[in-house]
Design a binder for this molecule. Structure first.
Ligand code: RAM
Length: 355
């Protein structure tokens, strides 16, 4: 039954390896596959385990981006987990810090987790705990923000380089390729933020008249993000633009810029949810920004975690799996799965989106 739910018809080449995978799935209680191990191929078992306990652990609770990514009602991670006959729980701390997130990961392990789905606040701090899970054969699937040396699989929302470079290109267009800009990031330790900022810096080499003057950190906390944005504007009165690659940061920055003093004078782009940004696009504070569909990201991560824990997906480069409504995905280099390209939102299309 579970196999019917989760499998689209398999290609002949995939069917050849299915029986070998079924044997592997039966011979171990979990199927955690550290990213370094990739000896056999494929997916496809008719004997998947169900009733598994899967914990979804975002950077923090209370961040609407993760609520959308994780919830059953939005079609996020918990929807995929429950569609596959497993039991999903979303848990984390309330601050987007490792100190807040690690106890939730430890508690999930103690409660008998069969798989963990984690957005890493800080890979260095999380890895001892996550490696402990992998040692106990609990697969760790990262989503949104990776912990490359201590997970089985990473579900990447969109090409890391494309996110970084496109945000610079979007802002450059809005400021006429010239002037001082700043970045309002989330946590200084966050893998995703730092990877995107790295590509922004590379892309800036194409714009000799744009100067990145500062990167400030709002820690995915609305009050902190507001404060650091105000500080940035005070310290750099000639600032022409801000990139905020965090849904919490861009919303806070938009709130600060939504005044006669700044509207139309300091441009803002980054990663935001269309629902939260509609007001600022319609009043002209923000021209264009981007994001992927967070619910689809969570759904894909939940699906993959359930498939790995259930024994129907072995983590190895080239393995394919069908993630329900989202269709077929292939595990790529470094045991990473890519959701797809993000959408750029502007006044012409933003009202077509509701998340
Ligand atoms: C925030 C978080 C998250 C990031 C999004 C774009 O909600 O920092 O990790 O992916 O923004």
């Amino acid at each position: 039954m579970r196999a019917l739910l989760r499998r689209a018809p398999l290609a002949a080449s995939t069917l050849v390896v299915a029986s070998a995978v079924a044997v592997a799935a039966c011979s171990s209680s979990g199927s955690a596959t550290p990213s370094s191990s990739s000896s056999s191929s494929g997916s496809g078992s008719s004997t998947a385990k169900t009733g598994l306990k899967i914990f979804v652990i975002p950077k923090n609770l209370g961040n609407p981006y993760f609520t959308t990514a994780d919830s059953k009602g939005t079609g996020g991670a918990l929807a995929a987990i429950s569609a596959l006959g497993d039991s999903g729980t979303e848990t984390s701390g309330t601050a987007a810090t490792s100190a807040s997130q690690i106890p939730a990961i430890q508690a999930a392990i103690t409660k008998g987790a069969n798989a963990l789905v984690v957005s890493a606040t800080d890979p260095t701090a999380l890895c001892p705990t996550l490696n402990g899970a992998i040692k106990r054969k609990i697969p760790v699937v990262t989503y949104d923000s990776d912990a490359p040396s201590c997970r089985s699989l990473f579900i990447n929302q969109a090409s890391t380089s494309a996110i970084g470079t496109s945000e610079v290109d979007l802002l450059a267009k809005q400021i006429g390729d010239s002037g001082e800009i700043g970045i309002v990031s989330a946590a200084a330790s966050a893998t995703n933020q730092n990877a995107w900022i790295g590509y922004m810096k590379t892309e800036l080499a194409k714009y000799p008249k744009i100067k990145l003057v500062a990167t400030v950190y709002g820690n995915d906390d609305p009050a902190t993000a507001t404060q650091v944005t105000q500080g940035l504007l005070e310290q750099y009165p000639n600032l022409k633009g801000i990139i905020s690659p965090t849904t919490v940061g861009i919303l806070a920055a938009a709130g600060v810029l939504d005044s006669a003093k700044y509207r139309g004078k300091v441009m803002l782009t980054g990663l935001g949810t269309p629902d939260s940004m509609k007001k600022y696009v319609s009043d002209g504070t923000v021209k264009a920004f981007e994001l992927w569909n967070p619910a689809n990201l969570g759904y894909l991560a939940g699906y993959a975690a359930a498939d790995i824990a259930g024994g129907t997906l072995k983590v190895t480069q080239g393995a394919t799996f069908t993630a329900g409504k989202l269709g077929q995905f292939t595990i790529g280099a470094d045991n990473t799965v890519l959701l797809g390209p993000p959408t750029v939102f502007d006044s012409a299309n933003i009202n077509n989106f509701n998340f």
